[in-house]
Design a protein around this ligand. Structure first.
Ligand code: ASP
Length: 326
């Protein structure tokens, strides 16, 4: 059976800059993406994991900051949907010659693109681009601000392993202060009814947590026994302008998920990390390889989640033989 989707470009989701863009009812917006992701997981498992859903559309990746997972994941997602992809490397572009962001965007748009996937070291750049561009803009991480597709793939991975997030206890551990992943995940996890505890030294928490629907702890050992998901963050040394911890060794001793600490988790609990992992710092090497560490599932699900996001933003309404009803 084929369900044809009206072009959602004319619908509610125009850009994806933050988790809040998923709709006035964020939980329904997330659930809509997760349901659509189920179909794209099925597509990804086929012998030929490709559908013509976005044939004729062009997606450009505009990454001003390094990335392994997110960039490859968006490109794979676009290709599996049969979109054309363009890759903009700042290092080899005219940005190096001083071309402004606005001129760069106008140049890219003049070539006829439908979506711009952007990562930038400064918060707010994707929003600025969305104000200039006619294409759909997807935030692939902006400074300390947000990384909405990471939150979606994390919700999907938790739901896949543990079922509904409602009532689940999720500990987010580490450098919350500099983490866009933490900001998007707190918004998404709490919208789905999970209870989030931030575990970090005071120096690695945001200066104000007003309005954050979270509990805070400085004692990882005491949190672990009542945790369904232990979500570890990397020490974002590239964003630290001052010494916020005495040393990495001291950090590992107090906040690292060592083997001893991982044993305090309930048997069903998941260990998650957005990558890149610093084995031996926030997570012991052996803990990262345990069966309950689902870091590779997160990466795998990232492709299907980004297929769902691209499809929601650019879906052409072309019949392609799938059973997608967004
Ligand atoms: N890959 C994630 C990000 O881009 C997390 C990290 O870099 O630590 O924010």
């Amino acid at each position: 059976m084929t369900r044809v989707v009206a072009n959602p470009r004319h619908g509610d989701l125009r850009n994806l800059l933050s988790v809040a863009d998923l709709g006035p009812d964020v939980a329904s917006g997330i659930n809509r993406v997760l349901t659509l992701t189920d179909s794209f997981v099925e597509v990804s498992e086929r012998a030929i994991p490709k559908v013509p859903a976005l044939k004729g559309r062009t997606v450009v990746s505009l990454f001003f900051e390094d990335s392994t997972r997110t960039r490859l994941s968006f490109e794979t997602a676009a290709k599996r949907l049969s979109a054309d992809t363009m890759n903009f490397s700042v290092g080899t572009s005219s940005v190096k010659k001083g071309e402004s962001l606005r001129d760069t965007i106008e140049t890219i748009e003049a070539m006829g693109v439908d979506a711009i996937v952007v990562r930038h070291a400064s918060a707010g750049v994707p929003l600025q681009i969305a104000q200039w561009a006619n294409s759909a803009v997807i935030n692939a991480g902006d400074g300390w601000h947000e990384h909405p597709t990471q939150a979606l793939l994390d919700c999907y991975t938790i739901r896949q392993n543990l079922g509904d997030l409602a009532g689940r206890q999720i500990a987010i551990v580490g450098d919350i202060r500099h983490s866009r992943v933490a900001r998007s995940n707190v918004a998404a996890f709490s919208a789905l009814g999970a209870e989030v505890t931030l575990v970090a030294p005071p120096t690695l928490l945001p200066p104000s947590l007003e309005g954050w629907p979270v509990k805070v702890s400085h004692d990882l050992d005491s949190v672990l026994a009542n945790t369904d998901v232990c979500y570890l963050l990397r020490m974002q040394r590239e964003r630290m302008t001052e010494a916020l911890i005495p040393s990495l060794r001291e950090y590992t001793a107090t906040y690292g998920l060592t083997e001893r600490r991982a044993d305090l988790l309930p048997g069903h609990a998941l260990v998650m990390h957005p990558g890149p992992m610093n084995r031996g710092v926030e997570i012991a090497a052996n803990v990262a390889d345990r069966p309950n560490a689902v870091v590779i599932d997160q990466v795998r699900n990232g492709v299907a989640v980004r297929m769902a996001v691209l499809f929601l933003l650019l879906g052409s309404g072309i019949e392609w033989g799938g059973e997608i009803d967004a």
